[in-house]
Design a binder for this molecule. Structure first.
Ligand code: ADP
Length: 274
């Protein structure tokens, strides 16, 4: 069955970016509910509303409730979706302080940073999986490192998606995340959620990739800068190159060659668009 949609939960939307390892609980709950509704709406075979607050049912631990409630449900089909999330205030600090992205696992600081980064991002992943499961989405956390994904010079070198495909075929919603991984050239690096999405999109060719974030869309420069303009449309040509339609007072639809890239220090927005 074709994959309908990859959803990216932006780090800035689901975490409080300026508070270390803090989840934006309200946003996470809202988005989990909306995702469940979207997944069900897109599937005409769903008859019954899934998702109840398991945590409020007496006499069950959360784990047994998950098992119990899934058993009660008609066979719902979530098989068109996968979720990828960014790290936000999880992982970034540990990774940048120790230089995991620059490699060099023979240095104790880098090795410790690698471990700390993975503890942080997998903790966030677990909380997101838990929030989705509470809403009735049969989500499964899948870490690139544990799936055996490897990079070379920071680009994906081998990233077998067969386990992701198997999880989807079995009716689960895989939830992947930016991770610390092993790198053939520099021993280790950070694989970002957006690069993961690019790979998954190449492999699964979804109908949509949806980026949920804390701003209204792609701007012509970081939205915190004065005079940043929200772009109405990004036109992608056959060869994969793209240009943006920037609204101006004179011409609401004027096509202009502007470079989001020039303003994008992390490369994040360009990777998302790619
Ligand atoms: P990530 O998981 O990579 O952090 P986010 O979706 O959270 O992904 O990233 C969105 C953030 O990117 C926004 O908070 C915004 O401030 C920032 N940003 C930088 N450049 C741009 C741009 N040109 N347009 C929109 N947002 C941008």
């Amino acid at each position: 069955k074709p994959i309908r949609c990859i959803v990216k939960l932006g780090g800035s939307a689901i975490t409080c970016k300026n508070e270390l390892e803090t989840i934006n609980e309200e946003n996470l709950k809202t988005v989990s509910r909306q995702l469940r509704q979207t997944m069900m709406v897109s599937d005409s075979s769903c008859g019954k509303v899934l998702g109840m607050d398991w945590s409020k049912r007496p006499g069950f631990t959360e784990t047994s409730c998950v098992v119990d409630d899934f058993c009660d449900q008609p066979a719902l089909d979530f098989s068109h979706f996968m979720v990828v999330h960014g790290a936000g205030s999880f992982g970034h600090f540990q990774a940048s302080k120790s230089g995991v992205h620059k490699g060099g696992l023979n240095r104790l600081l880098v090795k410790a940073g690698f471990v700390a980064t993975r503890i942080s991002v997998t903790s966030l992943n677990l909380e997101i999986v838990r929030a989705l499961a509470r809403e009735g989405v049969p989500s499964i956390g899948m870490s690139p490192f544990a799936c055996g994904w490897l990079t070379c010079e920071r680009n994906i070198a081998s990233a077998d998606v067969s386990m992701v495909a198997k999880a989807i075929d079995s009716g689960f919603v895989p939830v992947m995340h930016g991770d610390a991984v092993l790198d053939a050239a520099q021993a280790c690096t950070i694989l970002s959620g957006d690069v993961i999405i690019r790979h998954l999109a190449e492999q699964f060719k979804p109908e949509f990739v949806v980026f949920l974030t804390d701003v209204l869309g792609v701007y012509d420069r970081p939205p915190t800068e004065p005079n940043a303009v929200l772009l109405r449309e990004i036109e992608v040509r056959e060869d994969g190159s793209w240009s943006v339609v920037k609204p101006t007072l004179e011409n609401m639809n004027k096509q202009v060659e502007i470079t989001v890239a020039a303003h994008d220090t992390t490369g994040g927005m360009v990777t998302k668009i790619s």
